[in-house]
Design a binder for this molecule. Structure first.
Ligand code: ATP
Ligand code: MG
Length: 394
């Protein structure tokens, strides 16, 4: 069991002067995810390194699982942290480490030393060679491979202490939350939109969400499913401000007044309009949907023209080139899949046309909308008044 972790972060290392902003955002998010984990943690920044140290008893597995949900982290290395007490002390610590990790395993290894402390009495090659020799002697099952070792044993001679580690547990990558503004996710109960939210958040974007429900055609349980999904996504994105909008009157009006094959497209245009209105009020810089080219009639290139043109804000569609299987894979990884496939309808089937247009002509759609626009403007206002704000935390 290790008491400390060395956190490796990727892109944020190369951001020049912004680096401090990025590191601070990363540390802030790490504190947030570790808060509910059993244990007391100290997070420190030191010369391009971040360390998590646990004081006393803590939940090792949970700690790693929590850190694996922090965007910006590339690797989590369980590390032995030691004060510099001379080479013999280091050698003993390294042998203890190797016994604990690799007793009786048949593998290749390499010692890789980094000497940030320029006053250390041995050079890096000397440390590599001396420790490598001692390990070979003590562990008959291990052999050296300098090109593609199974075990890369890192020895970091820092100014204030020494790091010993060989294991790098992958993090989610991406950029720390809060370093790239905020965006509004159109969150339905399906498989795609939670994944879309996750993907944009991964680039450092805070995510708010809007869900359109149509009671009594969609059930309370369907709404709860969306809240549950937001909760799953929030494990990665931090608390999500979920706006629940009553869409029934708009949907009914469109159903009664628009050609049936255009129902979905017109309905989607109104969802986008409302989402944008809320986004603008809440300082969101874009909209996010789970659309992917050609997945359904309302997601052909022509249909996307029709849904896109009603918005001024950019619409981010991170799944645009994904196949369903690829989306499902991410959904499983982030644990939204099982919730998404629960059989609660996210939109009543009576509102879905049997033969929707796949190549809508946007001029015709506009013309058809023109007859309804006055009433729909009014209904949009009323719908916005139904906004129920739910703060969903992880
Ligand atoms: P999903 O799996 O995300 O529901 P889908 O494949 O079912 O997507 P559509 O139903 O055409 O696709 O919806 C396309 C996108 O529109 C969704 O990914 C989502 O972003 C948004 N959306 C659809 N229905 C709703 C809703 N009831 N509330 C909020 N957003 C919605
Ligand atoms: Mg859907």
């Amino acid at each position: 069991m290790f008491q400390a972790f060395l956190i490796k972060y990727g892109e944020i290392g190369v951001k020049g002067k912004n680096r401090y902003v990025f590191e601070d955002a990363l540390v802030a998010r790490m504190k947030q995810v570790l808060y509910p984990v059993e244990g007391t943690f100290r997070i420190t920044k030191e010369q391009g390194r971040i360390y998590v140290e646990a004081e006393g008893v803590f939940d090792y597995e949970e700690t790693i699982a929590a850190l694996q949900r922090v965007f910006g982290i590339v690797g989590i290395c369980p590390v032995v942290l030691r004060e510099d007490q001379g080479f013999e002390a280091l050698s003993k610590d390294v042998m203890d480490y190797m016994h604990r990790m690799y007793e009786g395993v048949k593998k290749t290894f390499k010692v890789h030393t980094r000497r940030a402390n320029k006053n250390y009495p041995l050079t890096s090659p000397e440390v590599n060679e001396e420790l490598g020799g001692r390990i070979l002697k003590e562990f008959p099952d291990l052999s050296v491979d300098v090109h593609k070792p199974d075990i890369m044993l890192h020895i970091e001679l820092r100014s204030h202490h020494i790091n010993i580690y060989s294991e790098v547990i992958p993090g989610p990558g991406g950029m720390p939350l809060g370093t790239n503004g905020r965006s509004m996710l159109l969150l339905s109960g399906g498989i795609d939109s939670p994944v879309a939210g996750y993907m944009v958040a991964k680039r450092g974007v805070y995510v708010d969400a809007v869900y359109f429900h149509a009671p009594p055609y969609t059930s309370e349980r369907a709404k709860q499913k969306v809240v549950d999904l937001a909760g799953k996504v929030a494990r990665y994105t931090g608390p999500i401000r979920l706006h629940v909008i009553n869409f029934t009157d708009i949907q009914m009006y469109i159903y009664e007044n628009a050609p049936h094959e255009e129902l979905t497209i017109i309905m989607r245009r109104y969802m986008m309009r409302i989402a944008e209105a809320i986004a603008k009020e809440t300082e969101c810089l874009g909209l996010i949907t789970g659309e992917s080219i050609g997945q359904v009639a309302s997601q052909t290139m022509s249909s996307l023209i029709a849904t896109n043109e009603v918005c001024e804000l950019p619409v981010y569609r991170p799944l645009i080139g994904f196949d369903k299987e690829e989306i499902v894979e991410v959904a499983k990884k982030i644990d939204t899949y099982e919730t998404s496939i629960q059989p609660f309808e996210d939109c009543c089937t009576i509102f879905v046309a049997k033969h929707p247009v796949t190549k809508p002509n946007v001029n015709i759609i506009r013309k058809h909308e023109r007859h309804m626009v006055e009433k729909l403007e009014e209904l949009m206002k009323t719908a916005l008044e139904t906004d129920e704000l739910i703060i969903v935390s992880q």
